[in-house]
Design a protein around this ligand. Sequence first.
Ligand SMILES: [Zn+2]
Length: 434
Amino acid sequence: MMIRFAIVPLLLALNFSMCKRNETASQNQPAGASSPAPGATTAGGSPGVAPVATPPKITKPVVDQTAQTIIFCYHLLVDKVRYPGTEITPAAFEAQMKELKDRGITVISMQDLLAWKRGEKNIPPRCAVITFDDGYKSQYEVAWPIMKKYGYPFTLFIYTEGVRGGSLGGGGAITWEQLADMRDNGVDIEAHSATHQDLREGHTITLASPGGKKTRTKLTGTQYEQWVQNEVVGCKQLLEQRLGIKINCFAVPFGNYNEHVKELARNAGYEAMFTVYGQPITFTSPLDSIGRYAIEANKPKVFEDAVKMIGASAAGGPAVAEVGAKDLATQPADGETVRTTLPLIKANLSGIGQIEPGSVQMRVSGLGVVPATYDAKTGTVSYQVTQKLREKSCSVFVSAKSQGKKVEAHWTFGIEQGAATAPAPAKPTPLQKK
Ligand SMILES: [Zn+2]
């Protein structure tokens, strides 16, 4: 609670600057929409206690849902390229970093990208995230100084046995000390398995015995489960314990995975999973298969195409008028905590004005765009959640077009931990003891 109140002034300041931009838009809102909430009703109850001022309404910053990000994946930086699939020269790498700057593509951190996906933070309309895989010392010695020069944040995806001293960590590997140094200077370090192999059951893998002997084998059943557990969960725990950090991203080796691996990663607490199938990341891109563009020395076109993919989008996006969730009589209400992971979500748009048919859209955090129903007669948009909400809080975004303008409202409600998975009753019913 303390933290929430501490950030209120910041949010207010943010809202204030946004109000200025949407001045004309807010004039279209129904009268009373922006008047302060009546607070006197709750304050006068206990005698002898000074009336408490109505706390300012907590509103999250409005995130630009039209923003797009491209994520790049690099490996080794070497002066003489011998394996173009994973290598690039420092000069070519730096030229690409410069091109992002020249094209007005902002390099943001992975954590900012995820905060945006959660609806918590805005990002510029066109962004890029830079990642390096596998943990090579050239990432510390060569890439890092270049990134510092441009002031770019970045993420390292590390497979733990590939760190210097591990069973796969040779002379070119990054060391734990280098990782700690980067961590201390704000570099994001995330997980990339333990031994960097195909994580799907029944695929040929190499096992190293403590003596150093290596065996090619195919694991199934319990043996496979034990092995894959260490690859997905063990590697996260090791990185967290060795470096004292929190890991929330998992880059899948070779991008090879299936539902079972995804499930393991989700249960281990990973927020996002990454592949190497590059594509622009939008607000609704699923978090369990985020594509990255793997940059290879002999395929400069991959970088150029990626940059072009988001280069065409108009900066800023269309003007959006923001409506307070309170004015839409939302269900669940903003800030409410519900006892079901399958709530019925509703909002009444009748106060907004004439709604253009077919323009109503509902997005739910963790689900993306949902097939909500809009009843033009009552102005109500509703959606019965059918897929269990996994997070402790849920953000809903409702948007519609009115008089050619996009109008949007968003609110957040909480989900009680250990909540029932039964759908919420349509109308509140008194609790019954069985
Ligand atoms: Zn890798």
